[in-house]
Ligand binder design. Structure first.
Ligand code: NAD
Length: 497
């Protein structure tokens, strides 16, 4: 079946019925206080839905439901192969509803429909499927004890997990958590961002259809300072997993310390360096990748390659190639399948991005491309991909995460200098380098303090490899079997023989 056309997506957007209620104990419900907030589309400002604004009373209700479900064992003690079957059904349902979910994602946060349909939704289904398929293949251990002892090392689900997720890849970030959390047998409270709650809410219904028992997955839309904070401070939440900003990540560690010392696992911000050496094997490919690294998803990507470090000997010839590549990334209507740059998520994010562009100019960096809001007449929140040259790593635009399509170019003269600049950041999520020299590739990759390092590519990744950050980009890892560490406790059981 061919994918829908622009006109068909627009028609579907008009016809779409949108659920905005919370989901607790296997059913949709209003927030206890009856509060709702307006969910607006950044494409044209239209009201998509009024969404339940949960608070501490809802957190209370949902945690109690999750705890009861966990203690009952109706999910936690199900044979792993049976949990697997249910979760694979859920992954199948995501795929079966991919067009509806993609439409919700695009209307809600402004990303191009081609990306929602081709990247976000399939990757979310893959994340659930991969974790589900792993769960009946993970064995526990027998310790190498003296002959008169049997030492069993077993993994058990932690219990009640709160997952607080951001708005840039709403369903995908949720599924990176839900996959291993549910596969391990936990009960989960999912709090989507108030800026993009719609696919999480829809997912809840699909989970019921797949056979996830009541109480095992609850979805609590609402603000961070209300329901998010209530979950983070709750005495009966065992583990808090988070993807979002470093500022809030730090706050969550404080909440955990102030409450029950719940385990806290954080995937936070980034300011990733993309280092291009003069001997890069294919400078054209490097330029294309540098453009994609900052323009994909409007630059609202934790691993955005926002600092482009270029060896000074090739800077004057390489930069025009990046500028040309970046011109192919053009803001357009997010429901048009030809669009590759959508709208920024909301007016707050628009102001933030424009504020950084102003700050860059004020500090003396030079705008080579872009720099402005565009398509304002549509009522949408669009910013041109923007390239700054003449940036020093001390400038605000090089130090702070902008989370928009703004690229800072910084020159360097030696590998040592490149690594020093690359590592001179509070973040450590990802880094890339381009060189044909095998030894330099390995040496530089080792020296970079980042959770993912890409050589002669940008943004490689798969469910088979861990993803997460060094330093203030977080702790723990999503994806791969390593992710299961966050959702399980290790128990040593000693038997005297
Ligand atoms: P954010 O930190 O503002 O919000 C993230 C979530 O935390 C939202 O659901 C929000 O409601 C909630 N929250 C806010 N205040 C809270 C509080 N006091 N208590 C509890 N919860 C609270 O981040 P964002 O703007 O939604 O997302 C963008 C950030 O996410 C960027 O910094 C980006 O780098 C990061 N991110 C990281 C990764 C990764 O894997 N490392 C992936 C995607 C996004």
């Amino acid at each position: 079946m061919p994918s829908p056309t622009f006109a068909e997506w627009q028609q579907r957007a008009r016809d779409l019925g949108i659920e905005g209620r919370a989901f607790i104990e296997g059913a949709y419900c209003e927030a206890t206080a009856g509060e709702r907030f307006d969910c607006l589309s950044p494409i044209d400002g239209r009201l998509l839905a009024q969404v339940a604004s949960c608070d501490s009373a809802d957190a209370e209700r949902a945690v109690s439901s999750a705890r009861t479900a966990f203690d009952s064992g109706r999910w936690a003690r199900l044979a792993p192969a049976r949990r697997k079957a249910v979760m694979i059904r859920l992954a199948d349902l995501l795929e079966a509803h991919r067009e509806e979910l993609a439409l919700l994602e695009t209307l809600d946060m402004g990303k191009p429909i081609g990306d929602s349909l081709g990247v976000d939704i399939p990757a979310a289904a893959r994340a659930l499927r991969w974790s589900a398929e792993a769960i009946d293949k993970l064995y526990d251990e027998v310790a190498p004890t003296p002959d008169d002892q049997l030492g069993l090392v077993t993994r058990e689900p932690v219990g009640v997990v709160a997952a607080i997720v951001p708005w840039n890849f709403p369903l995908l970030m949720a599924c990176w958590k839900l996959g291993p959390a549910l596969a391990s047998g936990n009960s989960v409270l999912l709090k989507p961002s108030e800026k993009s709650p719609l696919t999480a809410i829809r997912l809840a219904q699909l989970a019921v259809e797949a056979g996830i028992p009541p109480g095992v997955l609850n979805v609590l839309p609402g603000y961070g300072h209300t329901v998010g904070k209530a979950l983070a401070l709750h005495m009966d939440v065992d583990t808090l997993v988070f993807t979002g900003s470093t500022r809030i990540a730090k706050q969550l560690m404080i909440y955990a310390g102030e409450s029950n010392m719940k385990r806290v696992w954080l995937e936070a911000g980034g300011k990733s360096p993309n280092i291009v050496f003069a001997d890069a094997p294919d400078l054209h490919k490097a330029a294309q990748a540098a453009a994609a690294a900052i323009a994909f998803n409007q630059g609202e990507v934790c691993t955005a390659g926002s600092r482009l470090l270029v060896e000074n000997s090739i800077k004057s010839s390489f930069l025009p190639m990046v500028v040309e590549a970046l011109k192919a990334w053009k803001p357009g209507h997010p429901l048009d399948p030809a669009t590759n740059v959508g709208a920024l998520v909301d007016t707050q994010q628009l102001d933030t991005v424009l504020g950084y562009i102003e700050a860059g100019q004020a500090e003396g960096a030079r705008v080579v491309l872009g720099g402005k809001r565009v398509l304002e007449e549509t009522g949408g929140l669009f910013v041109e991909p923007t390239l700054f040259d003449g940036v020093s790593n001390a400038m605000k635009i090089a130090r702070e995460e902008i989370f928009g399509p703004v690229l800072s170019v910084i020159g360097f003269d030696s590998a040592e200098e490149a690594v020093a600049i690359a590592n001179d950041t509070p973040y450590g999520l990802a880094a890339a380098l381009w060189t044909a020299d095998l030894s330099r590739a390995h040496r530089t990759a080792r020296a970079l303090r980042a959770g993912s390092v890409w050589v002669n590519q940008y943004d490689g990744g798969d469910m088979t490899a861990p993803f997460g950050g060094y330093k203030q980009s977080g702790n723990g890892r999503d994806k791969s079997l390593h992710a299961f560490d966050k959702y399980t406790e290790l128990k040593a059981t000693w038997i005297q023989l």
